[in-house]
Design a binder for this molecule. Structure first.
Ligand SMILES: *Cc1c(COP(=O)(O)O)cnc(C)c1O
Length: 469
């Protein structure tokens, strides 16, 4: 009985194979050896499991190696796959402005520049340049949050879910927090506000019903164990019809009467008036502050338009308490994020957010400008038709709200032979660069609203390739 593994090349001989040795410089020697070993072990397993016939004795005697060329190609493929980054830029032609799966807010030039500037070298992240002693990384953000939101103090952590976790862990661990049943929501990706609350050690007390909760429901639920009332903005869905939620003003009264805190999870962190763009009013941080919340929490990368972060704003004494909790350390931001949030907030400070922050620029772009771009795409491509459609704000803000837009619609006549809207959309996704469009009624829709003008040329090339032109 011949040894079925006898024809496998040795690690050394596969490393000397010219296809493999040509990889020198693209991967370290140690890594290359590990890849070669893994490929040989894979072949060994395939023989062992009977998935591949072992070479017959005659073949082994005739050829020195077991399929060495194929194994060498496998090494090359594995090295390439590992060295190519999996996280890459994509062109968002879906018309969904804050697309969580596509990484939420694109950043302003000034934000990118600020993040880059502090990334290359050292910074005074936790260093007091005046006195030469230790400083706090949180101090860099406090002034800008305070100024822009108008609150006493602010800090930032990793994201809004962390902000909620930090606030409840610090201020309500082992105590009760009252929340409306209509606001105990899932925020996406299977994460639910009640789960985050329980993780903090707070005891959740749900009041009211899914569609109606009154101030008296909160008042009746207060006990001596109550730490806070939590309002959660139902940011990704809308209940319509026979509904009622207590206003922040009413909740402030209940909280005052019973000496408990009023906390507000705003979700999006909107600082501008969305009604100006024909959208439903998204609650703003300024309104929450005016209603007298003790603390509010919101995301940095939704309507604020900055890097991923969770911002907590409100009463100075409470913020100081948060800073001392061990979770503040565990959830802290790095220097690039701190620089990025500060730079994004600075656009609001300068009154230029609508033109400088990409998310707001996209919201504010007039329909006529978008139509002109869709027409320009159609002209450059010589295919498709421009039609009216709607862009979504998305990303846990303004549920159900959309903006009038114009899209380039590709339909059957434009597709390659035997192509469909689904197959063209897939070809666009898998192209380089990837383009994410929308499929609707057997058409592929491409919305210029969410595509930067600097991406136009790449988008046009990508569409041409996907259509096989
Ligand atoms: C999006 C959202 C969160 C979670 O924010 P992240 O920044 O994604 O962690 C929490 N609460 C509400 C109401 C939200 O809309």
């Amino acid at each position: 009985m011949p040894n079925p593994y006898r024809g496998l090349p040795s690690v050394d001989s596969l490393l000397r194979h010219e296809t493999v040795s040509a990889l020198a410089g693209q991967v370290s020697d140690d890594q290359l050896t590990a890849f070669v070993r893994a490929v040989i072990n894979g072949a060994r397993d395939r023989i062992g499991s009977g998935a591949v016939d072992a070479p017959s004795d005659a073949e082994v005697l005739g050829a020195e190696l077991f399929d060495a060329d194929a194994l060498a190609s496998e090494v090359v493929a594995r090295v390439r796959q590992t060295s190519t980054p999996s996280l890459v830029s994509v062109i968002n032609a879906s018309g969904v402005i804050i697309h969580t799966n596509l990484g939420r807010a694109p950043l302003s030039e000034a934000t990118i520049a600020a993040m880059e500037a502090v990334s290359r070298g050292y910074t005074n992240l936790e260093f007091d340049l005046d006195g030469g002693g230790r400083g706090s990384r949180l101090d860099h953000l406090d002034r800008m949050i305070r100024t822009v939101v108008g609150c006493e103090s602010g800090l930032a952590v990793n994201n809004n879910a962390s902000a909620l976790l930090l606030v409840l862990s610090t201020l309500a661990e082992g105590r009760e927090v009252i929340i409306s049943r209509g606001q105990a929501v899932e925020i996406g990706g299977g994460f639910r506000i009640p789960d985050v609350m329980r993780q903090s050690g707070a005891i959740l007390v749900e009041v009211g019903t899914t569609n109606r909760t009154r101030a008296s429901d909160y008042a009746n639920a207060v006990t001596e164990r109550t730490a806070a009332i939590l309002r959660v903005h139902t940011s990704n869905f809308k209940i319509v019809g026979f509904t009622e939620e207590a206003s922040l003003g009413e909740l402030r009264n209940v909280a005052n009467e019973h000496g408990v805190l009023l906390l507000d999870d705003l979700g999006s962190g909107c600082l501008l008036d969305t009604a100006k763009y024909g959208l439903a009013p998204e609650p703003t941080a300024q309104e929450s502050l005016a209603a007298g919340v003790d603390l509010m929490m919101f995301s940095g990368d939704k309507l604020l338009g900055g890097p991923q972060a969770g911002i907590v704003a409100g009463r100075r004494d409470l913020i100081e308490t948060l800073k001392r909790h061990p979770l503040a350390r565990a959830l802290r931001n790095d220097k690039a994020t701190i620089a990025g949030i500060t730079a994004t907030l600075r656009h609001y400070f300068l009154g230029e957010a609508e033109s400088a922050v990409p998310v707001w620029r996209m919201i504010a772009t007039p329909a006529a400008t978008i139509e002109a771009r869709a027409q320009a795409w159609r002209k450059a491509l010589g295919v498709g038709a421009v039609q009216e459609s709607r862009s979504m704000v998305g990303g846990g803000s303004l549920p159900g709200e959309s903006l009038p837009t114009s899209v380039l619609a590709l339909s059957e006549a434009d597709f390659p032979a035997s192509g469909s809207a689904t197959s063209v959309a897939a070809a666009l996704r898998m192209g380089e660069p990837s383009v994410v469009g929308r499929v609707e009624k057997d058409k592929v829709l491409l919305d210029p609203r969410t595509v930067a003008e600097s991406e136009d040329a790449s988008l046009i090339d990508a569409v041409r390739r996907a259509l096989g032109r």
